[in-house]
Design a protein around this ligand. Structure first.
Ligand code: ADP
Length: 295
């Protein structure tokens, strides 16, 4: 593994790294083959997207991964958020550094035996912002897929940053087809508007949109057990209907989800019998069913 992963990759993307470009073309072909070899060992590649930040996309990604892992599946999580990599913290892996073996970088292992790779493992100063343009991010993802020893996986869950920027474009290009997408939204109108954009964007990227998850859907009063719809409810289902994609389920608001994220143990592993953990597992079941129907 080249040390370049820890900093901005020294080699620029694409041909032209050498004087005539021939060697660069050869190197690109080699890298493309390595990426293809990695991809061929992953049965399902699922991106988790949202139109805007703060809707619980990363939370859904880690709990989806944990739900699938609890079913005995081999799971990888690729954190594709270069500017705000939260996945290491959500899995309790922050501050850890991946080891390398036989020239490849080994993913970190999260609870549930989940293999994890993130930009967060490669930057020593967490407070220093990463200011990278698209080509550098593309190169990083290329290295994540060509120089990381993922091993065979049933599912690779990719946590994309919010919006429709460079990252989904690069990931879609590198992972090829089929690439499945799960859109996370909250029930409010503004978030829904953004989630519609994310769904349309996913389709334009030739992703197969598996459906929409409505997160932060209703709060159960801890005192009386009554339900409070803080952000309305049912919007995700309505957006799914309008977009003609399945509705994958709703996740309630649960203050313990915040603690679980901060402590680095997803709710599905921390409190597997809680209402919110059951909701995550139900969504994972809907996703598996949707994938099964595609076959
Ligand atoms: P995003 O990836 O969309 O930016 P995060 O997953 O980082 O969002 O979640 C944003 C915040 O909301 C985090 O503090 C997280 O713990 C919290 N959160 C996410 N889902 C829920 C939920 N269902 N109930 C309570 N808090 C939640």
């Amino acid at each position: 593994m080249s040390q370049s992963l820890g900093n901005a990759p020294k080699d620029a993307v694409g041909p032209g790294r050498t004087g005539c470009g021939h060697e660069a073309h050869g190197a690109d072909k080699f890298t493309d083959d390595l990426v293809a070899a990695t991809v061929s060992m992953i049965k399902y590649r699922i991106v988790v997207m949202s139109g805007k930040g703060g809707v619980g996309k990363s939370t859904v990604a880690v709990n989806l991964a944990a739900s699938l892992a609890a079913l005995g599946k081999q799971i990888g999580v690729l954190d594709a958020d270069v500017h705000g990599p939260d996945i290491p913290m959500m899995f309790g892996l922050q501050g850890q550094i991946p080891e390398s073996a036989t020239g490849y970088l080994l993913p970190l292992i999260a609870p549930g035996n989940i293999r994890v790779m993130s930009m967060g493992f490669l930057i020593s100063d967490r407070d220093r912002p990463v200011a990278w343009r698209g080509p550098l991010k593309h190169r990083l993802f290329q290295q994540f897929l060509s120089e990381v020893e993922w091993g065979p996986l049933d599912y690779l869950v990719i946590d994309l940053p919010p919006g429709t920027g460079d990252e989904p474009l690069s990931i879609a290009q590198l992972l090829g087809k089929p690439l499945w997408a799960v859109i996370v939204t909250t029930p409010q109108d503004v978030a829904l508007l953004d989630s519609r954009k994310a769904a349309v964007f996913g389709r334009e990227m030739d992703m197969d949109v598996l459906g929409i998850v409505e997160n932060m859907s209703g709060l159960t009063c801890p005192y009386c057990g009554g339900k409070i719809d803080l952000f309305k409810v049912g919007g995700g289902e309505q957006a799914a209907r309008e977009l003609g994609v399945p509705f994958l389920g709703r996740i309630p608001i649960d203050p313990e989800v915040v603690g679980a994220g901060d402590e680095g143990l997803p709710m599905v592993l921390r409190k597997p019998d809680s209402r919110v953990a059951h909701a995550f597992k139900k969504v994972a079941g809907s996703i598996m069913e949707a994938l099964g129907n595609r076959e």
